[in-house]
Design a protein around this ligand. Structure first.
Ligand code: NDP
Length: 452
């Protein structure tokens, strides 16, 4: 059977076995699109059915999460943990709390995570979890009761050598604190390595909060350097205004770029004079308000675009770099065409799969540097692995040392991705490079561990 036929067959089986899970199908399709050249070189992967095996999670856990709201009413949500692949180490990947979360969402994120984690070169497998719980508008007490109930079931499935969750959309330091507290209480163990993204006073790592955003910017720096460019003077759009977006903006500004737009699920802000990050953090992080408040309080030329995506700003502005840092499939083909027409040089995915397949095609055809999430946003999980290292050795590193490690890791991921793309006949194609480099590391470990 030719590599292409094998890939088509396994993809058809994946669709049939996982009906209705469009995002999972999209993630599998994206990785498979790079693998014909790998199977041609490695028939042993076909013989061992590695492709079939990597698409089937090792374990999928779905559970009821009952909790009591502030009025005394019992509420029910659904919890998930998909333990996708542990060939390289304990399952590792975040928890997402958002009303849109379905099993297929968690599977797409878990699948991506397997290859991303492999690409970091660190000893971590891939998994993901979450709930359809909506943290928006909930009191602190409600958030705590929900997190405690979630962990009351999840604790049986996680552990520092088994599965190590972290944050994602809707799960930040506050939620990790409540989850960790409940784990500690139930197990009577101060097992710091069971969760990452902890507060720095109780086992967390400096730079973990900043790591995904900073890492995406470091990765972009390396891509830009291949064309003799830098962030100095670059005009940048960032979508989202959550954890990844905020620290991407901070690092771009440190490197001399100007971020002129950001967003949340209610709309976007356009600030041609450059985003005032302190004000944005005050609105979104401290006051947890909608992003419109930023434009109102900033005044001047800043404006709020209700319901609009941040990529629409490219109609009015030169944009050199786009950093999608909100959610999946948020940048489509029309957005990509508008960005390309306005001078775009580079895109790096701070979020997971934010660019639709049509938009990726537009960027590739236009010769735009395109850093896929697997590579560009791997700094978060890599720093989680550094947090695990510090927990295991009961040590805590300085900010400078940890940021230096992050910077080296992102340089390594860029180099590995670019070299693999060259080796497989696709120079400059970071999608092919990231997919293949991640896949081979996982596939070789799976071969070594036998039929399990
Ligand atoms: P946050 O919850 O901190 O922020 C998410 C941001 O995206 C918010 O501004 C949110 O707006 C916006 N957003 C979420 N869903 C939608 C939607 N459906 N439409 C429009 N805007 C939306 O999450 P993170 O910053 O942690 O995560 C962002 C992305 O980065 C996700 O794809 C995540 O998987 C990925 N990622 C995160 C890592 C991490 O370390 N945190 C690591 C690697 C990847 P609003 O405020 O209105 O909800």
């Amino acid at each position: 059977m030719s590599p292409k036929t094998t890939i088509d067959d396994v993809y058809a089986q994946t669709l049939a076995r996982n009906p209705g899970e469009a995002e999972f199908h999209q993630a599998v399709h994206e990785v498979f699109g790079s693998l014909d050249r790998v199977l041609a070189k490695h028939p042993e992967y076909v013989q061992a059915s590695i492709l079939e095996r990597v698409c089937e999670p090792e374990r999928q856990i779905i559970f009821r999460v009952p909790w009591v709201d502030d009025t005394g009413r019992v509420r029910i949500n659904r919890g998930f943990r998909v333990q996708f692949n542990s060939a390289l180490g304990p399952y590792k990947g975040g928890l997402r709390f958002h009303p849109s979360v379905l099993l297929g969402t968690v599977k797409f994120l878990g699948f991506e995570q397997v290859f991303k984690n492999a690409l970091t070169g660190m000893p971590i497998g891939g998994g993901k979890g979450g709930s359809d719980f909506d943290p928006k508008g909930k009191s602190d007490g409600e958030i705590m009761r929900f997190c405690q109930s979630f962990m009351t079931e999840a604790y049986r499935h996680v552990g520092e050598y088994t599965d190590v969750p972290a944050g994602d959309i809707g799960v930040g330091a506050r939620e990790i604190g409540y989850l960790f507290g409940q784990y500690k209480r139930i197990t009577n163990r101060y097992e710091s390595g069971v969760l990452t993204g902890k507060g720095v006073t109780w086992g967390g790592s400096l730079v973990r909060t900043e790591a995904t955003g900073y890492g995406a910017v470091f990765f972009t720096q390396h891509m830009l350097a291949t064309r003799g460019r830098s962030f100095d003077g670059a005009r940048v759009l960032v979508s989202g205004s959550g954890n990844v977006a905020i620290y991407a903006i901070e690092k771009v500004h440190e490197l001399g770029g100007v971020v002129v737009g950001a967003s949340d699920s209610s709309g976007s802000i356009h600030d041609p004079d450059g985003i005032d990050l302190e004000l944005l953090r005050d609105v979104k992080e401290r006051r947890r308000e909608r992003i419109e408040a930023y434009a109102t309080e900033r005044g001047g030329r800043a404006r709020f675009l209700p319901g609009a995506s941040v990529w629409q700003i490219a109609g009015d502005e030169r944009v050199d770099v786009a950093l999608p840092c909100a959610t999946q499939n948020e940048l489509d083909e029309a957005d990509a065409a508008r960005l390309v027409a306005n001078g775009l040089v580079a895109v790096a995915e701070g979020a997971n799969m934010p660019t639709t397949p049509g938009a990726v095609r537009v960027f590739r055809e236009a010769g735009v540097l395109f850093g896929p999430g697997k590579a560009a946003n791997a700094g978060g999980v890599a720093t989680s692995a550094l947090e695990m290292q510090q927990n295991a050795s009961r040590d805590s590193w300085t900010f400078e040392h940890t940021e230096e490690r992050l910077s080296e890791i992102m340089a390594g991921i860029h180099e590995r991705t670019a070299e693999t793309a060259d080796e497989y006949g696709a120079p400059g194609d970071y999608v092919v490079g990231a997919n293949i480099a991640g896949f081979i590391r996982v596939a070789d470990a799976m071969l070594a561990l036998g039929v399990i």
